[in-house]
Design a protein around this ligand. Structure first.
Ligand code: NAD
Length: 391
């Protein structure tokens, strides 16, 4: 038997939404899927920028054609702050909607999860920040991603920004899984190159960090290897020419990376990104992408048996190399991908001053939930070194 993870004797659970539809034009089925969930009134969560593409109007049309009464909430901002979550929650509670639909990037999908959960759970959203604090299942929901990045459509997480603390935090609960995830690659055709690149690097960080995580197992690993391969082949093409084939590859890569990290969890990379993303106003994808080659190099020696398959997935030959050299070669392949995408590769490219590095290192060590999932101990000098390398 070929196992990608070392046998641990542990039992792994693997959870997903009840149904996933994947394919070009699958979003045209949203009305039928919503009807099958038994609803009549839909609360459609999206954002104003996306409305310009006409995508939310098409989703509304499909729902109306199945007899739904639809109210649109389009006040989601990228990287939503807690106040946006409170707003979406109170608006969703005002009428008793029986179906929640989210169409947009991860920011919108996370706020649709909040709307669905808030409809059946009282009080401020702040009370639910943390793990397993949601008591009741939400109302049925359908999520349709328009970026190929977060995988939010298949995870049990809603990420919130706490602006005053310069922090990202999350509501994590099995009650946040949607009922149906509809992944239609054609919804991403309008995504501009810069967002294609940054959200695609987010998906890559999910796959690689899921492989690094101490909670990785053979199920999550097999999805992650395939996601890495899909992203390395398709992301530069989607960035350059946005052709349907590469968009489909990215939608699939992002979806299965989401299925992987949604179960294995992310680790050191996301923790490192969270130290500067909010304070320096760097998008989620850009921050997770920037730290990825350095974090991977740091962690590579802790997962030596996975390195040959990762090397194969990123398209490099490493047979004659040792563990350290293979880790370095994979890290360089990630930097090469970032070159093709014209992504920032160093903290200094984001105008983060070198004098801030000790502060960032100190903050990194506070993300204990994510650090604990990293298979290599991280001392204070390690953390400082890591940021020096990234700078
Ligand atoms: P986003 O949702 O913040 O959107 C960024 C911008 O892209 C917005 O202006 C939006 O209007 C635009 N956009 C989206 N789709 C478009 C399209 N098809 N055409 C044109 N413009 C489009 O970006 P994101 O990276 O998808 O989401 C980031 C958020 O998701 C962050 O808050 C992050 O923390 C969170 N996140 C959540 C999870 C999870 O599992 N819940 C996982 C990773 C990240």
């Amino acid at each position: 038997m070929l196992l990608t993870s070392q046998p641990t004797g542990r039992i792994h659970s693997f959870q997903l939404p009840k149904k996933i539809l994947f394919g070009v034009k699958s979003s045209e089925n949203v009305g039928l899927e919503a009807k099958a969930l038994g609803g009549k009134t839909a609360f459609l969560v999206t954002d104003k920028n996306l409305e310009k593409t006409g995508v939310p109007a098409k989703i509304e049309g499909s729902l109306v054609s199945q007899g739904f009464e639809v109210e649109i909430f389009d006040e989601v901002e990228p990287e939503p702050v807690l106040e946006v979550a409170e707003n979406v929650a109170s608006t969703a509670r005002r009428k008793k909607y029986d179906t929640i639909i989210g169409v947009g990037g991860g920011s919108v999908l996370d706020m649709a999860k909040v709307a669905a959960m808030a409809s059946k759970n009282p009080g401020p959203m702040r009370n639910y920040v943390g793990v397993d604090l949601v008591k009741n299942p939400g109302v049925p929901s359908i999520l349709l991603p328009t970026t190929s990045g977060t995988g939010s459509e298949v995870t049990n997480v809603a990420v919130l920004t706490i602006a005053e603390d310069e922090l990202k935090t999350s509501i994590i609960s099995p009650h946040l899984f949607c009922n149906v995830a509809i992944v239609d690659p054609s919804l991403t055709y309008s995504l501009p190159p810069r967002l294609t690149a940054s959200t695609g690097m987010d998906a890559l960080s999910h796959a690689l960090e899921a492989l690094i995580s101490v909670n990785a197992n053979s199920i999550t690993d097999s999805l992650a290897f395939e996601a890495i391969k899909l992203i390395f082949v398709n992301l530069p093409k989607a960035y350059k020419s946005s052709d349907p084939e590469s968009r489909e590859g990215m939608s699939l890569g992002s979806l299965i990376a989401g299925m992987s990290f949604g179960n294995a969890g992310v680790c050191l990379g996301h923790a490192a990104a969270y130290t500067f993303a909010v304070s320096h106003k760097v998008s989620h994808g850009t921050s997770c992408g920037l730290v990825l080659p350095y974090v991977f190099r740091f962690c590579a020696s802790a997962i030596p048996w996975k390195l040959p398959r990762i090397a194969e997935a990123v398209g490099i030959e490493t047979e004659s190399l040792g563990i350290e050299e293979t880790g370095l070669a994979i890290s360089e392949a990630i930097l090469g991908l970032m070159d093709k995408l014209q992504m920032p590769k160093r903290l200094r490219d984001l105008n983060i001053p070198q004098r801030d590095l000790p502060k960032l290192a100190e903050k990194l060590l506070t993300f204990s939930r994510l650090i604990k999932r990293t298979p290599k101990p991280l001392s204070q000098p390690d953390a400082v070194n890591l940021f020096e390398t990234m700078w």
